[in-house]
Design a protein around this ligand. Structure first.
Ligand code: CP3
Length: 337
């Protein structure tokens, strides 16, 4: 019985499935140790022995319901031939995009370029307890396009109008990304991933008039493709606020991951059935235990009669104390549903 799969596939399960976005990452000393010896983040993602080991690190420490493959959404631009580097205290830096090369790239070349990711999933699939889910993931077309054209995180600087100005280019690039994302996810499923999460981390910078074309429709195409493979899919259109409901009625994912700006009570009432994941502000994990307990219990109370996956509203922050994650899990496991 995989608790996470059962919860989001509408089957019987007990308690609350738990996993954390960025559960393998810089807040763990055992990750930082590997990272110190591997200053090139892209090469680390392409080292199947190390990336599978990193994915297992949080499962060795904590009572979690899922492993997520240690990789990055930007491995797609990398696999398409766009140079990528992760700079300390800056984040990702991408080279100029050569549109023709990317549009003409055959998917077999892409697969070859990122093949260690699939090997890492095969290794993980052999090593994890069969009661745990194995999550594969990708960025959504819009979010990948933003990084590919902006060449660095929109957190540093972004001009959305500049990005969306050349409609012809955007259309072609989104279509290519859609195809490659489907290929990448299909390969992850073939290698053993049994849940997929799709990150549209920068959906929130789109004006409402562009949401259908650049966010909902591309997400829907990928959701339909993954559903045809009989694997459940979680969508995370971060930052779209009250449009979350519209997104769900159009895209119909198996589960929707909410960010911390979303009112959990309200969305539960309006969603009517689709499983919900996450919500808690990761910054709360940096505060007093009493506040952490109160916040975790708020989410458990609201979702006590609803299919709910415990997670945060975004990734675990690097300055989180690893013991806090244990504390949160204990609170959840003590609750019977
Ligand atoms: O544990 C997991 O969640 C799996 C691994 C994972 C990583 N990135 C590892 C990583 C996943 C699922 C991602 C997704 C990802 N990557 C997203 C979508 C989720 C989100 O955060 O909105 C995005 C936008 C990226 C792009 C990215 N990767 C940025 C902007 C950065 C730099 C800023 C930061 O958060 O560090 C990364 C680097 C990255 N990806 C790290 C990790 C563990 C830190 C790398 C380091 O050790 O320096």
């Amino acid at each position: 019985m995989r608790r996470l799969n059962n919860c989001i596939e509408g089957k019987k399960y007990d308690g609350y499935p738990i996993w954390f976005m960025r559960q393998a990452g810089r807040y763990l000393p055992e990750f930082r140790k590997i990272r110190r010896n591997n200053p090139n983040f892209v090469n680390l993602c392409l080292n199947e022995n190390l990336s599978s080991e990193i994915s297992l690190q949080p499962l060795k420490r904590y009572d979690l319901d899922a492993a997520i493959i240690f990789s990055d959404i930007l491995m797609i631009p990398y696999g398409l031939g766009q140079g990528l580097e992760f700079k300390k205290n800056f984040g990702p830096k991408l080279n100029n995009l050569n549109l023709n090369n990317i549009l003409n790239l055959d998917k077999s070349v892409f697969i070859k370029n990122v093949n260690p990711i699939y090997n890492a999933i095969k290794i993980l699939n052999k090593k994890i307890n069969k009661k745990k889910s194995l999550i594969g993931f990708a960025g959504s077309p819009w979010t990948l396009l933003v990084y590919m054209l902006n060449k660095e995180s929109p957190k540093n600087n972004i001009n959305v109008n500049k990005i969306t100005k050349d409609k012809h280019l955007i259309k072609k690039l989104l279509k290519k990304l859609e195809e490659i994302i489907c290929t990448h996810l299909e390969k992850q499923i073939e290698s053993g991933a049994n849940v997929i999460q799709l990150f549209d981390s920068w959906a929130g910078i789109l004006p409402k008039k562009d949401l259908y074309e650049y966010c909902y429709i591309p997400n829907l195409k990928i959701v339909e493709y993954i559903k045809s493979k009989k694997v459940p899919i979680i969508c995370f259109p971060r930052g779209i606020g009250k449009n979350y409901i519209d997104f769900c009625s159009f895209v119909k994912p198996n589960c929707i991951s909410i960010d911390y700006d979303i009112n959990p009570k309200k969305i539960k009432k309006e969603l009517g059935g689709i499983a919900i994941q996450g919500g808690m502000d990761p910054k709360k994990l940096l505060l007093d235990k009493s506040i952490i307990k109160k916040t975790v219990e708020k989410y458990l109370d609201i979702f006590s009669d609803y299919p709910y996956v415990f997670n945060l509203g975004h990734g675990v922050l690097p300055n989180t104390n690893p013991e806090t994650i244990d504390y949160v899990i204990k609170i959840i496991r003590e609750r019977k549903k």
